[in-house]
Design a protein around this ligand. Structure first.
Ligand code: ZN
Length: 187
């Protein structure tokens, strides 16, 4: 920031903006629709007493180019070839990429924990099947048969969702996670 200020003077910024400074050190304001010069120029600063706006060379550059201050800094940094300067528009793209990567990591984590939770559920269901099945066969136990049927349906649901969660295809993994949530398998 300071490095830019050293390289880019207010005089340069005003010249670039096409601002004519009168002998009374006043110019037409860059921030409001100025009828008569009310922007004061003093050393490296300008200030308008009509609208209260003003600033330094960077602010003048920002106002003339319709940029936010931080974008103006980046544009000037790029102009002067600073390594640290990220060109305008680039930062937004980097932010988006970072957010997307973060979302994907979070989703992958959710899918993985759903996978392990459902594996545990699968084992529990298989264990209860082992307990229920002998009852079904041993006697005419309708209750046990109903329970076994319910567990069997749940088992095949869980197996299908597990297959989906382990899929190589991201869309299928997403869909499986959604199904698992909708059917209340993860609670
Ligand atoms: Zn003004």
């Amino acid at each position: 920031m300071q490095a830019i200020k050293n390289l880019y003077s207010l005089q340069e910024a005003l010249q670039e903006a096409g601002v004519k400074v009168g002998r009374n050190k006043k110019a037409l304001c860059l921030w409001h629709n100025d009828g008569s010069p009310s922007m004061h120029v003093y050393r490296e600063k300008v200030h308008c007493f009509a609208c209260g706006r003003g600033g330094d060379a960077i602010d003048v550059f920002a106002a003339t180019n319709g940029l936010e201050t931080k974008d103006a800094v980046q544009a000037l940094a790029a102009r002067f070839g600073f390594q640290s300067g990220v060109p305008p528009g680039m930062q937004a793209r980097l932010d988006r990429q970072r957010r997307r990567a973060q979302n994907e990591r979070e989703e992958a984590k959710n899918i993985e924990s759903a996978y392990w939770a459902l594996c545990r559920l699968l084992h529990r269901l298989e264990d209860s099947m082992k307990i229920i099945l002998p009852d079904c066969e041993a006697m005419e136990n309708d209750l046990a048969r109903d329970a076994a049927a319910r567990v069997a349906v749940l088992l095949s649901d869980v197996e299908a969702v597990l297959d989906g969660l382990a899929s190589e295809n991201q869309q299928e993994r997403r869909l499986a996670l959604q199904i698992a949530k909708e059917r209340g398998l993860l609670t």
